[in-house]
Design a protein around this ligand. Structure first.
Ligand code: NAD
Length: 453
């Protein structure tokens, strides 16, 4: 039996004991997980520094504080989320019990990505534990130091049979995908998303796919460009652009392009100094394969800011590309790096058309002081999430579902949405063996006399 099979077998056996179900047990496991983030801050930051040159002080902000908040919310709300949900009754069910009972699905497979390796791997785990499931956790091998740390630390805090960590690369993930799960929760790119969905289909296993894509950012002439560009520069260059909801490209009127470049340049200097390479808050590209992929994307476009790079260090400076054409290489796939192309459009109508001509993005950003224009863009486009006048922060609102639509993903999570996503909402109707008279009509013989029509 392979290591992967064994982990799934054990998780299933542990699930069958029923110990993941009592709410007290779920809460205890969640609190243990929260303790991990409090007690192991330094080790977590150390591994992320090695993987992505993340800054020690910035790590909690982007990786663990959100997880602690999700845990606290789940602990506070679990009783309410897990309680039977009564539904309205009709004449035929008036004296019955009619309710929805959320129940655990069983064993969930969680496959994480490398860009925010704790956030995107543990956030689904919080939902899985809260919903009473067992979960096999497969961290991304690409952020290797974090994967190793997760493998070492998780068993010290949570039930290691119910929530095992399985490390390894593509072959190990593929071996896992051959096993039967009750749900597969995958975060990563669209191409692998298809592989995951195909593998899951062999067992008719439902999937959540948290994917990526090109998230557009439209800047209206009518807005405070200084503030808009400051927020965009933050959203784009945090983690070196390796954020699934980073603004991928800017659409704006040609008359403001120069100002946008100036303002982004000012903000980049403010955040990362004149030389981002030596700034502790500026990250690195995860590896040389991605470095080469990103650099090749910039080849046929004009650099308006940045452009410096150093392959040996996987460093690419915050970069803006100007007057980019829709046919340019950088517009053919998700950038997932610190290149920010600007494409000019002559109106909001053209921006909407441009967005609707392409795959539905994971996030859509609009900067404008005109509320009507913002609402128009919401109404006339579709995307996983929508955020006006800021970047990224919708991710942190637990009451909003986070997920894609179309090519950017299937399913959503965060807060109660994670709980529901990883629960079976079982419809329950409980009748008594009384009042048999009301059933007479449904029993044959169906005579005109009895039915009255
Ligand atoms: P990755 O390469 O680490 O892949 C993720 C997981 O898929 C890993 O565990 C890996 O083992 C597995 N995998 C890779 N190739 C496989 C294959 N051929 N067969 C089976 N399993 C395989 O991560 P990535 O895909 O490079 O991550 C970046 C992408 O993830 C971007 O597109 C980004 O937008 C997206 N992302 C989305 C979210 C979200 O919440 N929607 C969050 C983070 C990242």
């Amino acid at each position: 039996m392979s290591k992967q099979q064994l982990a799934v077998e054990r998780a299933r056996r542990a699930f069958r004991t029923g110990r993941s179900k009592p709410l007290e047990y779920r809460i205890q496991q969640l609190k243990n997980l929260e303790r991990l983030f409090v007690e192991r801050k330094k080790e977590i930051a150390g591994a992320l520094k090695k993987d992505l040159n993340k800054s020690e002080h910035g790590t909690p902000l982007y990786e663990t504080l959100g997880l602690e908040g999700e845990i606290q919310l789940a602990v506070r709300k679990l009783k309410e989320w897990a309680a039977p949900r009564p539904v309205s009754k009709n004449l035929l069910t008036l004296s019955d019990e009619v309710y929805i009972k959320p129940e655990p699905l069983g064993v969930v497979l969680i496959i994480g990505a490398w860009n925010y390796p704790w956030a995107v791997t543990i956030q689904p785990l919080i939902g899985a534990i809260a919903a009473g499931n067992a979960a096999v956790i497969k961290p991304s091998e690409v952020s290797a130091h974090t994967a190793k740390l997760m493998e070492d630390l998780l068993p010290l805090y949570v039930d290691k049979e119910l929530y095992p960590v399985v490390t390894g690369g593509v072959p190990e993930t593929q071996e896992l995908l051959k096993q039967r799960f009750d749900h597969v929760f995958y975060t990563g790119n669209c191409a692998v998303g298809k592989i995951v969905m195909e593998a899951a289909s062999h067992h008719l296993t439902p999937v959540t796919l948290e994917l990526g894509g090109k998230s557009p950012c439209y800047i209206d002439k009518n807005c405070n460009l200084t503030i808009a560009c400051r927020r965009i520069a933050w959203g784009k260059y945090t983690n070196c652009g390796q954020t699934c909801i980073a603004p991928d490209y800017i659409l704006c009127d040609p008359s403001i392009q120069d100002r946008v470049i100036q303002e982004i340049t000012k903000s980049v200097q403010e955040f990362y100094t004149e030389n981002p390479k030596t700034c502790p808050d500026y990250g690195r590209i995860i590896n040389q394969r991605h470095f080469k992929r990103i650099m090749a994307m910039a080849e046929d476009s004009t650099v308006a800011m940045g452009g410096d790079n150093d392959e040996a260090e996987c460093y690419i400076a915050p970069t803006v590309l100007r007057d980019v054409k829709p046919e340019a290489k950088v517009m053919q796939e998700e950038i997932f790096g610190p290149l920010l192309p600007i494409l000019t459009v002559d109106s909001v109508d053209s921006a909407i058309e441009f967005i609707n001509d392409r795959e539905k993005p994971l996030a859509l950003y609009v900067f404008s002081s005109d509320n009507k224009l913002i609402k128009r863009v919401v109404d006339e486009t579709s995307s996983g999430g929508f955020l006006a006048n800021d970047c990224l922060v919708h991710f942190s609102v637990n009451d909003l579902p986070f997920g894609g639509v179309g090519n950017s993903g299937i399913g959503a999570y965060h807060g109660k949405f994670s709980f529901d996503q990883l629960s079976h909402l079982r419809g329950c109707l409980i009748k008594q063996l009384k009042m048999e008279g009301v059933n007479n009509m449904r029993y044959p013989p169906h005579t005109a006399d009895k039915l009255g029509w």
